[in-house]
Design a protein around this ligand. Structure first.
Ligand code: TTP
Ligand code: MG
Ligand code: MG
Length: 386
């Protein structure tokens, strides 16, 4: 196999950077995130993960689980600086790079996959001191799964034709798209491993999940996935969000949303984009999140980013949900667009890692992640599943 897709993902990225800059923290449970009463964990070192701490977990819970932890606020600028260095290395080695986030990208490489992966890992380590895990395969699905198995600090490459065999003994939630709900549904029907899904046959999976989702999952179970990277370009959405230290009264929500929409508008402008849909999310006490999305180019009155946005249709949210307590604890506005929506001359960065919103470390959108129990032991320097 001469052409490989590699998924490169830094290990415990924000926490690793903190440890890099303060080596005395090495070996300690380091937890990075919002330190206020509403803060959530952005990420944590593997030592903290051993204590049960996870990304997107409320910081209060993390403190309970790991009272001896070192709790640090995020430093987005420093993370971006290191991310840029790492992405420069990716571009040196790869024909194509598809960024997925600030610490992660798919690379298309030609040659001996495992040794190219080893060279990338080494170059990143030398240039930044950061640990990188790499999964390789003939397509994005297998590269992604392999990268999960390779964490932390390993390389696992799955050759062409071996995907189904490697996947068979793994738990169903190794497959992208199988979250806690779907995992419970599948397990309830006796499908614990990917091999169970392979054996079930397409029709049974479709009967359970519907025609399209069933086909999609069945194909993944057999190791099929996209074998080309998305063309370099734009992120699919941009968002701005705010977690308030204390609940705000409902009458203040419109002005807060105005501020968020201005932030968003500025970001759209940076990329020369015209928004296509607008989504609003507001969290009401105790922890109820309401969302409202405009139809394409529709009622929310999406306009050119240069003009201030018109009023946001808050009332439709409030009527549906009755606003218990009459106040909000969190708000998020995001915008998406069609490929055609881009304007004129400004040239956006093709590096989507740039898109991490300043405040995304608050992690409000993420789901708690699972313990890395399924991770196979990996050895640095290269392991290839024969
Ligand atoms: P990930 O690559 O998902 O996680 P990680 O690098 O911390 O750990 P690993 O890859 O070894 O499992 O995310 C990269 C960074 O993005 C992470 O260091 C912090 C940030 N992040 C958040 O701010 N909130 C989140 O909910 C998640 C998942 C990540
Ligand atoms: Mg990572
Ligand atoms: Mg990542």
């Amino acid at each position: 196999m001469n052409r490989w897709i590699l998924l490169c993902d830094l290990d415990a990225f924000f926490a690793s950077v903190e440890i890099l800059d303060r080596p005395e923290l090495r070996g300690r449970p380091v937890i990075v995130g919002g330190l206020g009463p509403r803060g959530v964990v952005a990420t944590c070192s593997y030592e903290a993960r051993a204590m049960g701490v996870r990304s997107a977990m409320p910081m209060v819970k993390a403190r309970e689980l790991c009272p001896q932890g070192v709790f640090l606020p995020p430093r987005p600028q420093r993370y971006r600086e290191l991310s840029r260095k790492v992405f420069d290395i990716f571009h040196r080695f790869a024909q194509n790079v598809e960024p997925c986030s600030i610490d992660e990208a798919y690379l298309e490489v030609v040659g001996d996959g495992p040794s190219i992966a080893g060279a990338i890992q080494e170059a990143v380590g030398e240039a930044t001191g950061l640990s990188l895990s790499i999964g390789g395969g003939p397509n994005k699905l297998l590269a992604k799964v392999a990268s999960q198995l390779a964490k932390p600090g390993g390389i696992i490459c799955i050759p062409e034709g071996k995907g189904a065999e490697v996947l068979a003994p793994l738990p169903v939630d190794i497959l992208p798209g199988v979250g806690p709900k779907r995992e419970a549904l599948l397990k309830g029907q006796g499908f614990s491993t990917v091999g169970d899904l392979q054996q079930a046959g397409l029709e049974r999976i479709q009967a359970l999940l519907g025609e399209r989702a069933g086909r999609d999952l069945f194909e993944k179970a057999w190791g099929k996935g996209p074998d080309h990277l998305a063309s370099p370009g734009l992120p699919r959405s941009i968002s701005a969000e705010e977690t308030f230290p204390a609940d705000i009264p409902y009458r203040d929500v419109p002005s807060e949303l105005q501020k968020l929409s201005q932030k968003l508008s500025a970001r759209l402008q940076t990329y020369g984009l015209v928004a296509y849909t607008l989504t609003l999310k507001i969290r009401f006490p105790p922890f109820q999140t309401s969302a409202d999305r405009s139809p394409p180019r529709g009622a929310c009155g999406m306009k050119r980013p240069s003009s201030p946005w018109p009023e946001i249709s808050l009332p439709s949210i409030s009527r549906e949900d009755g606003i218990p307590g009459g106040c909000a604890s969190w708000a998020c506005a995001s915008a998406g667009w069609s490929g055609k929506g881009r304007e004129g001359s400004s040239s956006p960065s093709s590096d989507r890692s740039e898109e991490l919103p300043e405040d995304s470390w608050r992690g409000t959108g993420g789901r708690e992640r699972r313990p890395p129990s399924r991770r196979a032991p990996s050895r640095p320097g290269g392991l290839s599943i024969p």
